[in-house]
Write a protein that binds this ligand. Structure first.
Ligand code: BES
Ligand code: MN
Ligand code: ZN
Length: 493
């Protein structure tokens, strides 16, 4: 099992029964709150004692495990930081730290007591549930299980917990774990064909319909840009859509589009070897789109959605496309390929213009691991956000603030479009040298969305983490799933 998919909800215990492992959050430099008095008593006053001795101060990311003699075997104190600075994301992180402490203690079950705080109860329950499940994720599909390993197999949230919100948290966290699994599987396993099979599986749900195009179908659609990238690989490309009709018939759908590049070697403009393995994550945008649809399948909100993922590999060989080649995208625009490593924008050009033309959406959000430049600008902590519509940008920003999946806006002024002018075609696939690389990627995509409200999220820095975070283990992060699901639920009302 790659993660624990269920969080049991229970009333707070009276501690007269046997408890193996319980995690409790505590704010910085506070006394032992009323709600923990019974637990403190069951631990013979050990909690107040360590607080008085300042062995545990309650700082963010601080945790301390206490071992009791009586009914309660182990208590993990989890620092929550200063009460006035406590946020939903810190709640998520605290839940993640609880899971880490439980694993370190070889507990089989992690119980977390919902802390008393000023946050909205419904939001808090969702955030804690998400933190617990997301932190339980491990990518261990290909490792032999250690004999006698003690595995954490159960999660519980205790107290007066909003059950509906916890249910929603469970659904989106499970969906994000699915996305992580698709991301983490290597390119020899997570091929375009596998991604399409996943889209097929998700599309079995009520009100959903999946359509898959193979190489021949993609040719018939006139997607010359996607086909050009696919030339260098023996792995057959796929274009896939999932239509979800939960809204009124005839209502324009909300479009989500994700880059599903299953491995990016750079093509003839080949990348350096160091860390090239990370390019298995280049299908993250597509994996996020599929994860969102998995969540939508369970949540069934009242909205229409069109999801699209163009998928192929970017390899090199005798049939690969060359720098200088000119291809024609779905919307008829011609593209001069000056760097075969700027392939994400090529496959998205076809997918975006297809979705605009055929589905006439109300708005579009695309996600793509598009540029190394966004890593230089923002590191692993925020996705780059660019778009042509202030209202939609504000909507994405609000969803990012609410879910803690940070975005940071970069400009998309008209002048930047000059950087992608080509002498021999309508546009070229790179900007001016190494300058403003993330903007150059976005202004290219802008050519393929017409005047549709559209936001592009460059997730090259956030799609995976190199170090463990409290609720994001190193590897695929699933970032984007919670953000987009939250946005769609808000829209559905
Ligand atoms: N998939 C990469 C972007 C990327 C780079 C993601 C590093 C994660 C980490 C993308 O296809 C790419 O190669 N972009 C080029 C564009 C350039 C050739 C204009 C880049 O950013 O170097
Ligand atoms: Mn590339
Ligand atoms: Zn790429």
């Amino acid at each position: 099992m790659s993660h624990i998919s269920n969080v049991e909800l229970k009333a707070a215990p009276d501690f007269s029964q046997e408890t193996d492992f319980i995690a409790v959050g505590m704010f910085k430099d506070s006394g032992v709150p009323e709600s923990l008095a019974a637990l403190d008593a069951a631990m013979d006053g050990l909690i107040s004692a360590v607080r008085e001795r300042k062995n545990f101060t309650g700082k963010k990311d601080e945790s301390l495990v206490l071992h009791g003699q009586g009914q309660v075997a182990r208590v993990a104190l989890i620092g929550l930081g200063e009460p006035e600075k406590f946020t939903l994301d810190l709640a998520r992180q605290a839940a993640g730290n609880a899971v880490k402490a439980a694993r370190a203690q070889k507990a089989v079950r992690c119980e977390l007591l919902q802390p008393d705080c000023d946050l909205d109860g419904a939001d808090l329950a969702q955030a804690l549930t998400e933190g617990l499940i997301l932190a339980s994720y491990k990518f261990d599909a290909h490792k032999k299980k250690e004999e006698d390993a003690v595995d954490l197999t159960g999660l519980a949230l205790l107290g007066d917990v909003d059950a509906a919100s916890a249910g929603r948290g469970t659904i989106v966290a499970n969906a994000a774990c699915l996305t992580r699994e698709l991301q983490n599987e290597p390119a020899n396993i997570m091929t375009p064909t596998r991604l399409a099979a996943e889209a097929e599986r998700i599309g079995q749900a009520a009100n959903m319909k999946t359509t898959i195009w193979d190489r021949e179908g993609i040719e018939k659609l006139g997607m010359g840009a996607l086909l050009g990238v696919a030339l260098g690989s023996n792995e057959p490309p796929r274009f896939m859509t999932i239509e979800y009709s939960g809204g009124a018939k005839g209502d324009a759908p909300f479009a989500i589009v994700g880059k599903g590049l299953t491995f990016d070697s750079g093509g003839i403009s080949i990348k350096a070897s160091a860390n090239m393995d990370e390019m298995k994550f280049d299908m993250s945008g597509g994996a996020v789109v599929l994860g969102v649809m998995e969540a939508i399948a369970h949540l069934q909100p009242k909205i229409n959605i069109i999801a699209a993922v163009p998928s192929t590999e970017n390899l090199l060989g005798g049939s690969a496309q060359r720098p200088g080649d000119i291809v024609k995208a779905y919307n008829g625009k011609t593209i001069e390929i000056l760097n075969t490593d700027a392939e994400g924008r090529l496959i998205l050009a076809d997918a975006l213009s297809y979705v605009v033309d055929v589905h006439k959406p109300a708005a579009i959000v695309d996600l793509a691991t598009l540029t190394g430049a966004v890593l230089i600008a923002l590191g692993h902590r925020a996705s780059g956000m660019l778009g042509n519509d202030d209202d939609l940008l504000a909507e994405v920003q609000a969803a990012a603030d609410h879910t803690g999946e940070r975005v940071w806006q970069l400009p998309l002024w008209e002048e930047y479009s000059e950087d992608i002018k080509s002498k021999v075609a309508d546009v070229k696939n790179i900007g001016s040298g190494r300058l403003a690389g993330t903007v150059a990627g976005a202004v290219f995509l802008k050519e393929f969305v017409g005047d549709m409200p559209w936001v592009h999220l460059d997730i090259a820095g956030t799609a995976w983490q190199d170090k463990d975070q409290p609720y994001v283990p190193g590897g695929g992060s699933g970032v984007g799933v919670r953000l987009l699901t939250s946005l769609l639920l808000e829209r559905a009302g």
